[in-house]
Design a binder for this molecule. Structure first.
Ligand code: AMP
Length: 193
């Protein structure tokens, strides 16, 4: 039973690690980016609204994002716990998540920050663009904008969760399996897993 968040700049490897950790802990990985991309692909009303923001490397408005996650966390598969990948990303989203969890009588157990040097992540994202098919991965201007938005809007969350004593920072650079081991070891040290 664990409720955890993965935070880190674009290209730090959150999505890759999220899938591996979710399997290791037997909980669903919830990626707001994946949910938005599925909606864009299916041309749902949410996807139509989200697309422009995503293409520019901006955040989808909090009102849309918060409603989406509140709904998702109400599904039965989240009862044993969950891993949130890419949410919350703003201080307002932190507040919204706190409320949703408090209404359920729950709270977060741990927040894992994956760290990575900005120049390294730009190259990683450009490389993965070939496989990911993500238009927001293929354009360096959009990638740099995503990094700027991360520094401005999301980096402050590190302090918020640090202040709550929930933060574990892990170096995101290295072999995929090594990074997973670093995370699971750090969580075990906190009595998780
Ligand atoms: P990701 O796959 O996490 O890199 O997300 C891709 C894009 O989806 C982001 O650049 C945003 O446009 C949008 N997005 C994903 N999660 C959020 C969020 N929590 N808040 C706002 N926008 C988001």
């Amino acid at each position: 039973m664990v409720r955890l968040l993965l935070v880190g700049p674009p290209g730090a490897g959150k999505g890759t690690q999220a899938v591996r950790l979710a399997e290791a802990y037997g909980i669903p990985a919830i990626s707001t980016g994946d949910i938005f991309r599925a909606n864009v692909r299916d041309e749902t009303p949410l996807g139509v609204e989200a697309k422009g923001f995503m293409d520019r490397g901006e955040y989808v408005p909090d009102s849309l994002t918060n409603a989406l996650v509140a709904d998702r966390l109400g599904h039965a598969d989240c009862e044993p716990g969950f891993l949130l990948d890419g949410y919350p990303r703003t201080v307002d989203q932190v507040r919204a998540l706190d409320e949703v969890l408090a209404d359920q009588g729950n709270s977060l157990d741990v927040v894992v920050e994956l760290t990575a040097d900005p120049d390294v992540v730009v190259n990683r994202i450009l490389l993965r663009a070939k496989d990911s098919g993500r238009s927001d991965d293929a354009d360096e201007t959009v990638i740099r904008n995503r990094l700027d938005v991360y520094s401005r809007e999301t980096a402050p969350l590190i302090e918020v969760y640090g202040g709550r004593g929930l933060l574990v920072s892990v170096d995101g650079i290295g072999e995929i399996a090594d990074v997973t081991d670093r995370i699971t070891t750090a969580l075990r040290e906190r009595g998780i897993g």
